[in-house]
Design a protein around this ligand. Sequence first.
Ligand code: FES
Length: 365
Amino acid sequence: MANEPKWIDLGAEADLSTKSMQKVTAGGVQIALSFKDGVFGAIHNACNHVGGPLGEGKLDGDYAVCPWHYWKFHRISGTGEPGFEADCVPSFPLQAAAGRVLIDIGNPTRRRKAPHEHHPLERDVTRAPGPLRVAGISTTAMDGAHPRFSGSDYLLGKALESATEDGAETKLLRLDDLNFRQCEGFYSKGARACTWPCSITLMDKQDEMERIYEAMVHWADVILIATPIRWGAASALWFKMAERLNCVQNAITTHNKILIRNKVAGLIIVGGQDNIQGVAGQMLGFLAELGFVFPQFPYIAHSRGWSREDMERNMEVIRNSRELTEGARALARRCLGLSQRLIQTDPPPEKINRGGRKAHDLGLS
Ligand code: FES
């Protein structure tokens, strides 16, 4: 049975018909108002997915396309695009009278949310029993068909060997072997547009960043990340991965959901030139924001200094340095030792709302 109508004047037809899609507010309700082929349509502004603003999207034929992750809803009926008709956003009756557009906000159709398959990464994060697990992540770039010696890779191999000898399970992930897209800044569209799992992971089945998420969030107790120094900074692949890990941090901001807990990180930093402490500081700061903890002396590093331009000599130095090999092995032992203690005691999460950040300006507190 229809409710009592609540007609509200949205404005002049001549003004409202200048845009194909726009967000308007009527009686406190946000509406995605469309105009096409002489006909207005009004559906609720909030997308069924995670609430994206449909009125800020665009039209694809008669479908409003959500600007966050591109779900589509019929601009007049609110029904999902073909194949997703079970999803529906509320639509509202409209009337044009004396050059004005009126909306009845008292009689929306019902919102229906169809069940959508959950991505495996969405499962609860609980440590599976078994030996300690160490994921080595190499961030160096090279031509796989013509591999060269990499000092950071070499030392990462030594650290993983040591971890294996100490009874840990290990796996090595080379970012260079993975086909993964750059972060596209979903966060900049809206805090909730950056989802866990990553919006790109959910939409692009070919994207292989999933393997890093699986290792970091679900599998590993310890991650060891190796990077070369490039122009005084970590490698470009490190930054590409770090940007895609924004969703792990954002889960804390938007949902107070801490995905990384009681996990340990260590770093191996190798460069022909200097700025080791700058590189370490940036990487440690970022990993701390995700929730990783660090052993005492959380990185090892090597560089021959700014004035040394003899990289072939640098490779020889690394290969022949017992000190660096022992340093890499000792780093693995420190990380495993801390991890062991964390797992045994399983300290409960600190009660720090949203990792110490304020979120009230997002309307999320
Ligand atoms: S598609 Fe609309 S919020 Fe994700």
